[in-house]
Structure formats: C-alpha cells, structure tokens
Write a protein that binds this ligand. Structure first.
Ligand code: GCB
Length: 592
C-alpha cells in the first residue's frame, strides 16, 4: 500500500483532482423545459479569470477561505470581486484578443440576492449553454457539473440558496477525443457561458415537463399530451387550449399523465405558421407555451407535411458570428430566417452540427420555417467508448426535451459524416432508437457519406433512419463532377434522400473563370451542376447545401480562407452575397 509523504499537498500532487467534481453530474433529468415559467435573468457582467492550470479546482477557490483559524490573513490566488470581468452570455474568445484561441478553464463568479416569494418555493439555476464542461458552486458547495456545449441544464438550489449568494462557475472548454464533438471539427471551439443563465422559481409541486402534439395518424384530428409532475405522485392537471375549446382535467399517477383529445386544429406550416396558446397547470403551478400542430412523415419515397408532398428547399447554417461567436441574438435569428424564406425562397434550415440557441426554434415556429436539429456526433467520435455514448445520448435527450413542442422541428439528426464501422452503427443506432422512443412524431436522420468505392448511396445506418441525409462534394473535394451522375444512377435507396451538404468555397469578391477554385464563378457553377443533377432525381426530396454564411474554421488557413470556411452563399459579414446565392434562389423559386 502506498503511503502519502509527510509533505503531501493535495493541491500540488493530486493528479486525480477532477474526479471529486464529477459526481454531481446534471443530465436530461434536470429541468429542461423553461418556456413560460417564472424566471429572473442572471445575465450581465460577471467576474472572470482565466485558469489554465485549473487551480480553482485543485486549490478549492470556491471555499473562499481568506483567513487562518486564528484570524490571520492568508495569501489567495484569486479575486472574485475585483479584476477581470466578462459578459454573460458571451464567448470569451471574442472578448479580448489574447483569449481568441483560449481553450482551457475560465472561472466566472457573481453574487445575487434571493428573496423567497412563497413558503413552498423551489428554486433552480438554469444554464442554456456553457461550453463545454461546467462545474457550478453555490456558497462554497458544488451543486452541479455538466458536459455538452450546446444543451441546457438546471440544478435545484432550494436547500443551498441564501439571501445573499456567491455563484462560481468553472468552465472547461478544452477539446478531447472522448467528447461530443471530439477534438477535430471544422468549426471554431468557442468557450464560456455563451447563452443565458436564469433563476427559475416553482411551487413545491410543478409541471416538470410536457409534450403536446398532433397524433401522426393522418386524420389531423387528435392531439396527444404527455406530462410529468414533480413533487406529487397523484392528482390532476388542467390543460387549456381555449382557442380550440379545450379545457380538460387530466389525471396523473406516479408523476406521469397522458391523454388524447379529439380536436381539429388549424395546421401549422411555413405558409401559415398558426400557433395556439397552451397552458398546463397543476396546483399553483402553470406553464404556458405557443404551440403549432402539424404532421411530418415519410411514405415510400416521399416526405409528407400535413399529408402533402414537400421538397425540402433548404440551407445549412452554423451558429457563428464574426463578432459574437456562438452567442446569438433574436434579431440575428430573425434576419437569417427572413433571408432564407424571402430571398432564397427556402422553407428548411439545417441547424448544423450541434443544438443551436433555444430561441431559434421558437422564432422558426412563429415565422414559419422547417428545421433539422442535430447533435454533435461529428466525424470520428470515440464510438467504442461507453462514456462518450452516455454523453451523446444525454445531449440528444436534452435537445429533444428542450424542443419537442416546436412544430418547426421536423428532423432529429443523430450525427454527421461518420465512418460506417460496427462500433459507429451500434452507437448511432442507439441514438436513433432513443430519439424515436422519446418522440415518435418526427423524422430521424443523419448526414451520411457515400460508398466511394462502388460509387453508391450505401450506409448501414440507413435502415434505422427515416430520411437518408447525404453529404457529397462533387465539383469540390471530388473534382470529377460526372461521378455525381453515376452515383445517382447507381443507387436505389429505399427511402427519401436529402442532400444534407454539397457546395464549394469562394471568397466574396474574388472573380475569375468557372475553372478557378475560390472564385464566385466556380462556386456558382458547382451549384448549377448540383441543381441539375438533383432536380432530375426522384428519390432526392430536399437539400441543405453547405452553407448560408462563411464561418470560422481554424483548420482553414490558405489566403482565401484566412481562418474561415468560405463555402457560404453569403460572406461572413452576413451581408454580401456571392453569385451562387442567386443560382440556388432561382432553383428554389422554380419549385412550387
Ligand atoms: C463536411 C462537414 C462540414 C464541413 C464541410 C466542408 O462534410 O460536414 O462540417 O464544414 O464538409 O466544408 O468541408
């Protein structure tokens, strides 16, 4: 047995220090549904310090011990009330030039005052997005840890909150091969508390979660409700959907309730994004939402929206802004949706490659655009690692619970461009099954690769998907464009295909011939040829070319790229359109 040296100091010699902080892991079982709740924002200016050696964890900064037992001042290495600050939400990379490539730990702190409003009040801290790992401490006690940069988590702090509180959040943005995504991606690894933080108040008994949707039986006349109640096993909840004349009590037991109602809502669609006010109450708690009802399903080789054949005229989008990074605003989401609907004549957006802001799907519901949402199971994840699978599954669950009342979301994508190995099939097959189990009202997809040897659409994962997403770069990575025609003719998929990516790079303002890579002309030519091939192929039922805006990608460093992927139809300034924009817009306008 090993003995510790007499001069052992955990702070300096404990290589296993992280493990102690991994036991309070928050998962999809924490409070995901915050729409229509009583909330206060904790956004604003927080105290911030870089902590590349993770001294906050090793030396327990959060204990805030400033004096020895006999009252003498101790030297401490942190300063929670003075020093640097950082906006929450924001990506620290955007705040100061020296933080641009910073990918380690950053320690945030702030104080807040809490006044209880009712005796039985419960209080939760809710984070909408912290990249990538968050360790949360309240008044010196660790209350949470969470993995996953793009999904929310909550932690109940009813028992640890005081009137005056100190909140410390240590954020680890490092990349690793066991994470989701892993260390190699074609986008920028922004770090920090980059989405909003809230305090959420509930009574002792509250609606933890509810899922309301049209039953996909093609009669458009049944609405199903599932909900769970926290704090009470048996009782009844009250559903109000007044515009449809629905006011019903629904019993629940073991905290779970389910009911189906005969009602015929006006259907939600991009052309008519009708939303209804829905509220569900139990005891003193009431949650509200604005919900659309629509049906999406696959029949044979067709994708049917409300029973009608639809070609998914789409475009892919990253959550990347030259000034804000991954932090986004309502205004910018609205501008993107307007650009897609009004100018590109599209109806569909692929939110690649990770869950985008919660606001996106809420605004999409209201403005009327269809969405593909995805988890960052990107390229070569550690498919043989159980912890990686648990992380990916949890991110998927958090996304589904956050967004399953959103009519705009029609596809859950379980990943992008992964090698067709046995381990990947088991890993992503499990994710597809989980998505289907949680939500049988949407299509499951993934962006797959082609069999390049046989030049055929072939991926073993297809058997568990409703729609085969296909990434192909004929005219760019594959310079022989004629291969696309052969690939299409060689393939006989048994379900609809959506071209989830195609495209080419061009630097805005760089002109030349169609044979000169990086020019707008060459990019436009790739779009012309893609559109010709795709439009002659019956089994291709939509496309989301890569991509609407140029975006940051550190692996792209030639003189045209300068740290950006330039496959955008629009420059990274989100203003200047390249020639290919009009090619795609013309194609979409020609399709009814
Ligand atoms: C892909 C990836 C996407 C890349 C894109 C590219 O296939 O899915 O993340 O950014 O290609 O530009 O190479």
């Amino acid at each position: 047995m090993k003995t510790k040296a007499a001069n052992f100091s955990a702070n300096m010699h404990d290589v296993d220090y992280r493990r102690r902080y991994e036991t309070v892991r928050m998962t999809s079982r924490s409070l995901m549904c915050i729409d229509g709740r009583d909330m206060e924002s904790l956004d604003g200016r927080w105290n911030f310090t870089v902590d590349p050696y993770e001294t906050c964890l090793r030396s327990r900064w959060f204990d805030e011990v400033y004096e020895s037992a006999d009252g003498r001042q101790l030297p401490v290495d942190f300063d929670f009330d003075r020093g640097g600050t950082m906006d929450v939400p924001s990506c620290w990379n955007m705040a100061r030039p020296e933080l641009f490539y910073y990918e380690n730990m950053g320690v945030y702190s702030r104080t807040f005052r809490y006044e209880r409003r009712r005796d039985d009040e419960r209080l939760f801290l809710h984070f909408e997005g912290v990249a990538y790992r968050a360790y949360v401490f309240l008044n010196g006690v660790q209350v949470a840890m969470h993995d996953g940069a793009s999904t929310p988590f909550s932690v109940e702090i009813t028992d640890s909150v005081r009137r005056d509180n100190r909140l410390v959040v240590a954020v680890d943005a490092s990349r690793s091969d066991r994470r989701v995504p892993m260390s190699n991606t074609d986008w920028f690894n922004y770090g920090g508390i980059y989405r909003s933080v809230y305090l959420v108040r509930t009574p002792a008994v509250f609606v933890r979660d509810f899922f309301i949707r049209l039953v996909p039986d093609s009669t458009f006349s049944h609405v199903a409700l599932d909900f769970s109640v926290d704090g009470c096993g048996q009782g009844s909840a009250h559903l109000a959907l007044r515009e449809l004349g629905l006011e019903e009590d629904v019993v629940f037991s073991d905290g779970q309730g389910h009911a189906v109602f005969d009602v015929k809502p006006e259907l939600w669609s991009p052309a008519g994004p009708k939303l209804y006010d829905v509220s569900l109450s139990v005891g003193d708690d009431e949650v509200h939402d604005r919900v659309g009802f629509r049906e999406i399903r696959v029949e044979g080789m067709r994708i049917l929206l409300n029973g009608e054949d639809v070609f998914l005229k789409g475009i892919s989008v990253h959550e990347d802004d030259t000034e804000l990074g991954k932090t986004t605003t309502e205004e910018s989401i609205r501008r993107t949706i307007r650009l897609v609907k009004d100018d590109l004549h599209g109806v569909f957006i692929r939110l690649a490659h990770y869950p985008h802001s919660r606001l996106f799907s809420r605004i999409a519901d209201e403005m009327g655009v269809l969405l593909w949402e995805e988890v960052p199971v990107y390229w070569a994840i550690a498919f043989d690692d159980d912890d990686t699978l648990a992380d990916a599954r949890n991110q998927l669950e958090e996304l589904v619970l956050r967004d399953r009342n959103r009519a705009s979301v029609i596809v859950w994508s379980v990943g992008n461009e992964n090698p067709d190995t046995d381990e990947r099939l088991a890993f992503m097959g499990a994710l597809a099954a989980r998505a289907r189990e949680m939500d049988g009202t949407r299509c499951i997809s993934a962006a797959c690769l082609v069999n390049e040897v046989e030049l055929r659409i072939e991926d073993r994962l297809s058997s568990v998907l409703d729609i085969i997403g296909l990434n192909e770069y004929y005219g760019w990575y594959k310079p022989d464009f004629s291969e696309l025609g052969r690939l299409i003719d060689n393939s006989a998929p048994d379900r609809p295909v959506v071209i989830s990516e195609c495209g080419a790079d061009a630097r805005y303002g760089n002109h030349g011939t169609i044979y000169m890579k990086w020019t707008e002309e060459a990019q436009a030519e790739v779009y012309r040829r893609q559109v010709d091939e795709i439009s002659r192929t019956d089994y291709i039922r939509g496309m989301t070319p890569w991509i609407l805006y140029d975006f940051r990608a550190p692996r792209r460093q030639n003189i045209w790229q300068e740290g950006f992927n330039r496959k955008g139809l629009v420059d990274s300034d989100r203003v200047h359109r390249k020639m290919a924009f009009d090619v795609l817009a013309g194609f979409y306008e020609s399709i009814i």
